[in-house]
Design a protein around this ligand. Structure first.
Ligand code: GAP
Length: 453
């Protein structure tokens, strides 16, 4: 697929997200609030599945990473030391004609001077720095002494707790600390649905190492992260690695990659993988006066570890998953006539609902009772949805549209009414191929667990 914007596809996806309860505008009944979003019943499941899988791969399946969950508000001194208070800014320009407030990199430049992308006007102010951190006050007085910020990333809490976690976990270099949590940025122009929001979540790993390991680990983590996206259903050919140039890179970084995805609105960053050297720990050590050094038992040397940081956006990845999953194909209706089917082809691992259970008819008690037994059998292992209303074909379509990978139908064969050999078997339907197989109820849990793992 090309990186050409496809506005229509994006519009269809945004409308599906709202219609089926994935994502809504925040405070919608009050007219909304720009750059803020709420996740509905299906969105929250998708998001949780993504975060849980990241946690599983990054923390549980490794011996060299531990987790933490830091507070959103931190001592203001941390934001001074990290450089955010002085330099976490975007250059902002105002259009005097239409009053639009713009990031300078969004101005149009067709070779005849910069223009406003909203009205085409050329009467623009000089760029000035705008700090993206939201201010707040801790305690009853609103003054300089009580000022702090909503965190703009989760990383700083990790750096600040580095020494405590090193001591209690007794890890040796290289080792990492992982965190998932909210971050806030007062973006000048939130846009592209949830892609650039003012409140979002990050999944960040700070992987501490010796200086000589930094560049190699940067490559290692880039590859690991690409593999991760493939494992959640984003094909490799839709992912692109951009090497961030010397001019664009933070001055302290010795190498940064952006992992990009072909969104319908163009190729955009999903995650940054950066070798940040020892900058962060050095800054916090200098500002706090507390040692953040590592003592090497073998060489008896003390030094400040370097760090490689894969930093991913939860919301951006959820959006990529939805964009990637959205498909339209053809399927027969109740009468066998082909009709357009909307289907979200989520990888079963991250699909919001794993399996739907249907009694063929809702007014036949034995069918309903059997279907409910199956729900109870599967619920300890996965999120199951029970649906008895409407024609079976309609029920399949509803699940296709929200990406449920498996459907189980309890019919008269299940009750052994037609053939005793089929007693306690059901049809298991697969969403993408729409193929159905006859499966014993006793085998359902193990079959499904292996397919959603
Ligand atoms: N600690 C490093 C850091 O925060 P970043 O490149 O500014 O680096 C990392 O952010 C990731 O966080 C991005 O790749 C993106 O996925 C996500 N992110 C950043 N700003 C965002 C925003 N306004 N809305 C949604 N996600 C955002």
């Amino acid at each position: 697929m090309s990186d050409r914007p496809d506005a229509q596809r994006m519009e269809t996806i945004v409308s599906l997200c709202k219609r089926r309860g994935f994502i809504f505008q925040s405070s919608e009944i009050y007219g909304g609030l720009n750059g803020l979003w709420d996740y509905g019943p299906l969105g929250v499941e998708l998001k949780r599945n993504l975060k849980n899988y990241w946690w599983r791969v990054i923390v549980h399946e490794r011996d060299d990473v531990v987790g933490m969950d830091g507070s959103i508000l931190m001592n203001r001194a941390a934001w001074k030391a990290s450089g955010h208070e002085d330099t976490f800014t975007d250059p902002m320009v105002d259009c005097r004609s239409c009053k639009a407030r713009l990031r300078s990199d969004q101005l149009i430049d067709k070779g005849k001077g910069k223009q406003c992308p909203v009205c085409g006007g050329k009467d623009l102010t000089e760029p000035r720095s705008f700090n993206l951190m939201f201010k707040t006050y801790v305690g009853a007085t609103e003054d300089e002494a009580s000022l702090t910020y909503l965190r703009p990333d989760t990383a700083q809490a990790i750096f600040v707790q580095f020494k405590s976690i090193l001591e209690i976990s007794r890890k040796k270099l290289p080792f990492g600390i992982a965190q998932i949590g909210k971050a806030f940025r007062n973006e000048i122009n939130p846009r592209n649905f949830t892609f650039r929001s003012r409140e979002f979540e990050q999944m960040e790993l700070e992987y501490f190492c010796r200086p000589e390991q930094g560049m190699k680990l940067l490559e290692y983590w880039k590859e690991e992260r690409l593999r991760f996206y493939e494992k959640i259903g984003i094909p490799r050919d839709k992912l692109h690695v951009k090497t961030v140039s010397d001019e664009e890179r933070a001055f302290y970084s010795k190498g940064t990659y952006d992992i990009e995805y072909d969104f319908p609105f163009g190729r955009q960053e999903l995650e940054g993988v950066a070798y940040r050297t020892d900058y962060d720990l050095r800054q916090h050590q200098a500002a706090s006066g507390k040692s953040l050094e590592y003592f090497d038992e073998d060489t008896k040397q003390k030094f400040i570890p370097h760090v490689v940081e894969p930093s991913a956006g939860v919301d951006r990845t959820v959006l990529a998953l939805i964009c990637e999953a959205y498909a339209e194909d053809e399927a027969p209706d109740e009468k066998g006539k082909m009709e357009t089917r909307i289907v979200l082809r989520f990888h079963p691992r991250i699909a919001p609902i794993k399996c739907a259970v249907f009694p063929l008819l809702k007014n036949k008690d034995p069918l309903v009772a059997k279907a409910k037994e199956i729900v109870d059998l599967l619920r300890p292992h996965m999120f199951v949805f029970y649906d008895e209303s409407g024609a079976i074909g309609r029920r399949y379509r509803r699940q296709d549209e929200i990406g449920t990978p498996f459907g189980i139908t309890v019919d008269f064969e299940t009750l052994g009414e037609k053939d005793a050999k089929l007693r306690d078997t059901v049809t298991l339907r697969e969403r993408d191929s729409m193929k159905q197989e006859r499966v014993g109820i006793k085998d359902l849990a193990s079959i499904l667990i292996s397919r959603i793992a």
